[in-house]
Design a protein around this ligand. Structure first.
Ligand code: RM4
Ligand code: MN
Ligand code: MN
Length: 427
């Protein structure tokens, strides 16, 4: 893999020695609880999450955008940043592309470039929530749900193009998030709009390669503020069930009304073999796309707890595609992604630290206090040495953010990435 960081990213002997002592101390403590630190290190090593191509540039809101120096201008430069995140965390070996924001001109060349950087491609994402320059028909009043058959056809063709791009990159899934919906009562038929979406999805599903999966992603509102067609996990599940085995639901952590119990949705979907994908982020109010674990770390842990249970119980059809979906409005995107992967690795470690046998026993006995305490015991364990050890064994950084800062990567990119045309788009 190409190295673009200075040697400052390697931990010094003192840092390594400190880490060794911290890890041994934690392993010994866990041993007393009958838990193996080694097992959890291996679990964290196996955890992989895809990086979103749309997150490497500074994001924004409708009120403004404040880009920083050294942002990637091309898809190649985004891959370079992705490789940096993967090299420092050891946990992000794939990129999820958004088409047409990041429609590769030469997919074969892009695939080669990714391989040379140690990267692959995860699910590809379609975009019928915006009109593109030169596009014949508008999505203003919807895409798959549009009353006009011609608009629906255009939207289906876009999805088939996205699948083609994905095929040439070695991806094996498409994620469909639709903005379709209405802003005012009476604007659209609530029933027919859903049927049209279902029928268009059937066309895409039928045209996909046999080994591909289709993920339907729900979201309660925005940009439609009165009614969104695929607004909840029930609608998403109906669609996935109507399509077939290779259609599953994708849960985005920011796509729920306030106070929704997301871990319960995870348990439901995993329980019927329909949890196919995950978009990690965090939020305070809506689809805020903040750093995972920054607002509700316990909630993130409880979600991971359900994911770990599904894995332990070997639920049929359970092998979700984990992805990040965030908008880095005021942080350096690479730093935000490093923080995110770290938080996910940490939540993963803590979820594997749960004493599952004890928990199941307390649940059977109806011991509410001890059951809750069992979960808290894992959550309150400082599992950072386990995560650092997993990264050390993967040849990544003990502390990715510190290594990134010490490397001077962003300053170097700010010098290199000047002028030229910004070829890619995003949030
Ligand atoms: C949506 C949804 C999709 C993402 C777009 C950019 O809210 O989360 O997954 O691709 O935003
Ligand atoms: Mn999403
Ligand atoms: Mn979203």
């Amino acid at each position: 893999m190409t190295t673009t960081l200075s040697p400052a990213s390697a931990p010094g002997d003192a840092a390594l020695a400190d880490h060794g002592r911290d890890y041994e101390a934690l392993a010994e403590r866990l041993d007393r609880r009958g838990k193996s630190a080694e097992d959890v290190v291996e679990r964290v090593r196996r955890f992989e999450v895809a990086l979103p191509s749309w997150a490497f540039g500074t994001g924004g809101t409708r009120f403004g955008r404040f880009p920083g120096p050294g942002e990637p201008r091309t898809l190649d430069e985004k891959l370079e940043d992705a490789a940096t995140v993967h090299r420092l965390t050891g946990g992000a070996p794939r990129v999820s592309l958004h088409i047409p924001w990041d429609d590769p001109k030469d997919p074969a060349a892009l695939r080669e470039r990714a391989t040379s950087l140690g990267l692959g491609f995860d699910a590809v994402n379609s975009n019928t929530f915006q009109d593109q320059p030169g596009q014949p028909l508008s999505y203003k009043l919807g895409s798959f749900s549009h009353p006009s058959a011609a608009v629906r056809k255009q939207a289906v063709e876009h999805h088939l193009h996205v699948v083609e791009v994905g095929k040439s990159l070695g991806a094996e899934a498409i994620t469909v998030w639709l903005a379709d919906g209405s802003n005012y009562p009476g604007q659209m038929s609530l029933r027919k709009s859903f049927e049209r979406v279902r029928d268009c999805l059937h066309e895409v599903y039928a045209a996909m390669p046999q080994d591909w999966c289709l993920f339907t992603e729900h979201k309660p509102y925005e940009p439609s503020f009165y009614a969104t067609v695929v607004q909840d996990w029930g609608s998403s599940l109906l669609l996935a069930q109507s399509l077939g085995d290779r259609a599953q639901c994708l849960v985005d952590l920011g796509h729920h009304l306030p106070n929704t119990n997301i871990e319960m949705i995870v348990a439901r979907l995993a329980g019927v073999g329909k949890l196919g994908g995950f978009h990690f982020n965090d939020s305070k109010y809506g689809d805020d796309d903040l750093t995972a674990g920054s607002i509700k770390p316990y909630g993130l842990f409880l979600v991971f707890h359900e994911l770990v249970l599904a894995e332990r119980d070997r639920l049929p059809g359970f092998s979700p595609a984990y992805m990040i979906d965030q908008s880095h409005n005021i942080k350096d995107p690479v730093e935000d992604l490093l923080q995110t992967v770290d938080q996910l690795q940490l939540a993963c470690a803590k979820a594997w630290l749960v004493d599952h046998e004890a928990l199941a026993g307390y649940q059977e006995e109806g011991d509410v206090v001890m059951a809750e305490r069992t979960l808290k015991e894992a959550f309150e364990t400082d599992a950072r040495p386990i995560v650092a050890e997993a990264r050390r064994r993967a040849g990544a950084a003990l502390d990715p953010l510190a290594a990134f800062r010490a490397s001077g990567y962003r300053a170097q990119k700010a010098r290199e990435r000047v002028g030229g045309v910004v070829e890619t788009r995003g949030l």
